[in-house]
Write a protein that binds this ligand. Sequence first.
Ligand code: PBG
Length: 323
Amino acid sequence: MAHAMFRPRRLREKPLLRKLIRETVLTVDDLIYPLFIVHGRGVREPIGSMPGQFRLSIDELVKDMKDVASMGIPGVLLFGLPAEKDPRGSEAYAEDGIVQQAVRAVKDVVPDLLVATDVCLCQYTSHGHCGVVEGGTVRNDPTLELLARVAVSHAEAGADMIAPSDMMDGRVGAIREALDEANFTDTPIMAYSAKYASSFYGPFRDAADSAPQFGDRRSYQMDPANSAEAMREIALDLDEGADIVMVKPAVAYLDVVRALRDAFDVPVAAYHVSGEYAMLKAAAQNGWLDGDAAALETLVAIKRAGADFVLTYLAREVAERLG
Ligand code: PBG
């Protein structure tokens, strides 16, 4: 006799049955909210290419951070826009730099909110590259020392986690060593390990004024065509002391998230980047899709691929709906 027909729809009929067998659950605990901080007071400047996101001065940031914490969002990732740029990005490692001041202010008012900081030079350098430029190229080893100074200055300001995004070789090791020497042995590193040279960073570069002034970032960020190489990058960063590894962007690289999840038994982050956010908002504003539903679907997909948590500009609006 033929087998009885298998009917997957049996488990789809009732909402509670669907809930019972759901494999991936998105909660507010899975979200980190990235923000852009500027000098000044009372600044809340909308970012044109990222509807719903703002450049905030520190006083405005602090107000928002109380909300973010009360929503249960575990943490934020801070990016700074300096008062002035120079070839070596010196505000990035200044004691009173914008991020250092912002971290102190946030930790003062909402000490329990996790504050992670992006460690890179591109917003701070006049040429817009993530490292020191000599003879028209981005030099790796001279950059490491500066990145280590940035990381230590963030830790001194009270940052809970250091997130290097520059993609220089050896930077995780250099930062770990510098943090340890400065007695920040307990400050974790979340490494942007598989960070691709992506056009999806376009809106971020408007927001942070960090576009390279010549050339592009393909000599240090990864080729979008590669995934085996991502595993080598991740292995290196772990070996150098990364505590959490990240794939960036997220949606166009879900296969890399999955490969990482399967190959390494470590915490995995994925960054739903500015361009991914902007596309979703643009389509929703045009009425071309249901933005709220698409936001949740996107974030669940990133978790389903294997991310433990997601860095996303959607964090606040989604947290409101996740309750
Ligand atoms: C800095 C940095 C970038 C992003 C995070 N850190 C931009 C870049 O590499 O050009 C992009 C984040 C986003 O697009 O949301 N290196």
